[in-house]
Design a binder for this molecule. Structure first.
Ligand code: CU
Length: 193
């Protein structure tokens, strides 16, 4: 046992050896490289969409979603409204226990501003099978500038546990190609009025 009365064994109090200083310097330099990578990757890595964030009351967001549905609804699928907004417009998607509303029908190669928020608790927007994930937080409107790059029938799943119906929380984003078709699906499957 070491007490203040007994010197610890070893030679820890002598100045660091030259090679130890070199390794310390290398480790510190590498720390700085990794530290610099965090902001650099945010701007240059193309991984994190910055988005446009603003606060919104959940009830107010729901009202916007309902207005959006009323303005651009083109049909229904499995009881959910299918909404086809004009190019360049603001698009709304609301997560709630336990569904995503509405079903979006977008055009490939066209830019939209996608607003995502939650009506109740935290949800996770996950576009399947594309690896796109965003936190969906009540009280915040998360606006993303998006340009669908591929036509198809994409699923939206929730990747933030939100209660007993979490696993059934499925949504849909349909992207049409230049001819208005969705690969592997006839247009009539969507245009059900
Ligand atoms: Cu969930």
């Amino acid at each position: 046992m070491h007490t203040g009365m007994v010197s610890p064994r070893g030679r820890w109090w002598v100045p660091a050896h030259g090679s130890e200083k070199v390794w310390f310097g290398l480790a510190f330099a590498w720390c700085m490289v990794l530290f610099a990578m965090m902001p650099l990757w945010h701007w240059k890595g193309g991984q994190n969409a910055s988005g446009i964030r603003s606060k919104v009351e959940p009830a107010a967001f729901e009202a916007r979603v309902n207005q959006f549905i009323a303005d651009y609804k083109v049909g229904e699928l499995n009881g959910y409204p299918v909404v086809e907004p004009p190019p360049g417009s603001d698009v709304y998607l609301m997560g709630r226990m336990w569904n995503w509303t509405p079903i979006l029908k977008l055009k490939k190669g066209v830019e939209y501003t996608l607003h995502i928020s939650s009506r109740d608790v935290n949800h996770g927007f996950s576009l399947y099978p594309v690896n796109v994930n965003f936190q969906v937080v009540p009280g915040y409107d998360y606006g993303l500038r998006i340009v669908p790059s591929e036509a198809g029938d994409f699923g939206v799943i929730c990747n933030e546990f939100c209660g007993v119906g979490h696993h059934m929380m499925l949504g849909k984003v349909l992207v049409t190609d230049e001819n208005g078709n969705i690969p592997g699906q006839t247009a009539s499957a969507v245009e059900v009025k």
